[in-house]
Design a protein around this ligand. Structure first.
Ligand code: ADP
Ligand code: MG
Ligand code: MG
Length: 443
């Protein structure tokens, strides 16, 4: 929408909105809310709503405690599930410092900065289509998630009396009421696992959509007595949840990745962009797969990538080039999962691609053979390297990648690295059930 302040005033009246939910995202991609009564609408429209930034992860320093929220009016949307006597509308906001400058610890501001660079280089839009997956678990009588999946279905299964099916339909209808263009919704490979794809859009819009999507899925699942989780690998032994990132770059003449006469009908730009993505694949991993559990998904045997390679035909490599050409020519990055902060992940893939374009980084040869059947010698001959295999190694790779540092900006970069070292260390010092089971009696 292209709402003016007056449009929003009118909508608030006509929709009988009582509360305004002001949303922004922290370093970990967690949605933060400041809720104000509708009497504060004018204060909001004047960019005068203040909050204490020192309580937000990644915003920490005391001198950064007074932050202002600048609403992005185009994101005004009434929550369809809010009760008649407490109608709530949300607006996504950018975080500003008291001196009127955008706060660089705000991932949404940072993505806009990288997009500005892109425009200076002659591109008009970076479009993203995400494919987020999630699990639906049954809840216990206290509203806590259990480990019981709600079905035994599988890919495209249509089971009778499938609670997950009803729940997913309700999610899709709610998303549509909130302006989403849902392209596909289906059961995934694992039992209890679902995927809903919505139409690609420009980078900021898609990142906003991903955040809204997660909120809607969790909210509606709860109404159905189910608990939705975007945790990448809630159960061992079955597929985990990823969030493939489809991306395309545009210039005045259309899709910059398409060239009717190029190899595979791809342009030089497409190959350079791909070269950049693959060059920074290791550095990007901590951002795309940011939690300890992400690395339980990135293992062989469950359709998730573990090697750095691309293919125009194979469905399983890190980067796939879907067969669509023309306007929908795109690259699909398959490593990321839905726990990634979407603003940060998109800023990083864009910067990686721009690095490829600026420095004419050559993409390695495509690999169409099954990488998982290659031995160490063949992997070496084909220059195929692995993605980091745990959060620690991923953070180390991020520390060694100045392009990713530039993509995130000093503040997000250093706060993220410090937080993730802390997180891994906390995990590393725990003794798990697996260890006791395997070692207690044996030694
Ligand atoms: P798959 O081949 O993985 O099944 P789909 O054809 O279902 O993929 O499309 C997945 C996603 O790709 C959708 O979210 C769609 O909107 C997105 N997509 C299509 N065209 C583009 C494009 N030009 N740029 C970015 N994403 C796109
Ligand atoms: Mg899928
Ligand atoms: Mg896909």
């Amino acid at each position: 929408h292209n709402y003016t302040k007056d449009d929003v005033r009118k909508l608030v009246k006509s929709e009988h909105v009582n509360f305004l939910r002001l949303m922004f995202s922290d370093l970990f991609g967690t949605l933060k809310n400041v809720e104000v009564p509708v009497s504060k609408l004018d204060t909001l429209l004047d960019n005068q709503i203040m909050f204490d930034g020192s309580s937000i992860e990644g915003f920490v320093r005391i001198q950064e405690s007074d932050m202002y929220l600048h609403p992005d009016l185009s994101t005004f949307e009434v929550f369809p599930w809010s009760p008649k006597d407490g109608r709530t509308a949300r607006v996504i906001c950018d975080v500003y410092k008291p001196d009127g400058e955008p706060f660089d610890g705000d991932p949404r501001n940072n993505l806009k900065r990288v997009l500005k660079d892109m425009k200076k280089e002659g591109y008009t839009s970076f479009d993203i289509g995400p494919e987020p997956e999630f699990f639906l678990f049954k809840m216990d009588e206290n509203g806590q998630p259990t480990l019981n999946l709600n079905d035994k279905g599988s890919y495209f299964d249509l089971a009778p009396n499938d609670m997950g099916e009803d729940c997913r339909r309700d999610i899709v209808l709610t998303l549509e009421k909130m302006g989403f263009d849902v392209e596909a919704a289906h059961h995934e490979v694992a039992p209890g696992q679902h995927e809903i794809d919505f139409k690609y859009s420009d980078a900021v819009n898609t990142a906003d959509n991903i955040q809204t999507f997660k909120l809607v899925v969790k909210t509606i699942a709860r109404k159905h007595g189910l608990y939705a989780t975007f945790m990448p690998k809630p159960l061992s032994g079955i597929n985990g949840s990823g969030m493939h990132i489809n991306m395309s770059l545009f210039h005045d003449k259309g899709n910059a990745f398409y060239d009717k006469n190029g190899k595979f009908e791809l342009s030089k730009d497409a190959f350079y962009f791909l070269g950049g993505i693959l060059k920074h694949a290791r550095g990007f991993t901590a951002i795309g797969d940011p939690i300890v559990n992400s690395y339980k998904r990135l293992v062989p045997g469950y359709e998730a990538p573990t090697y750095i390679a691309w293919s125009p035909s194979n469905r399983s490599p890190l980067v796939r080039v879907p067969s669509a050409r023309g306007l929908t020519t795109r690259l699909e990055l398959r490593s990321a999962d839905p726990t990634a902060n979407p603003y940060m992940a998109i800023a990083c893939v864009l910067e990686a691609g721009l690095d490829g374009l600026r420095n004419k980084i050559k993409a390695p040869k495509n690999i169409d053979a099954n990488i998982y059947q290659m031995n160490a010698q063949q992997l070496k001959e084909n220059h195929i390297y692995s993605l980091p295999d745990n959060l620690h190694n991923a953070v180390v790779a991020l520390e060694q990648d100045p392009t990713m540092k530039y993509a995130l900006g000093e503040k997000l970069y250093s706060s993220f690295i410090a937080a993730k070292h802390f997180e891994f260390n906390s995990y590393r010092t725990q003794v798990s059930e697996w260890e006791r089971e395997h070692y207690m009696k044996k030694y």
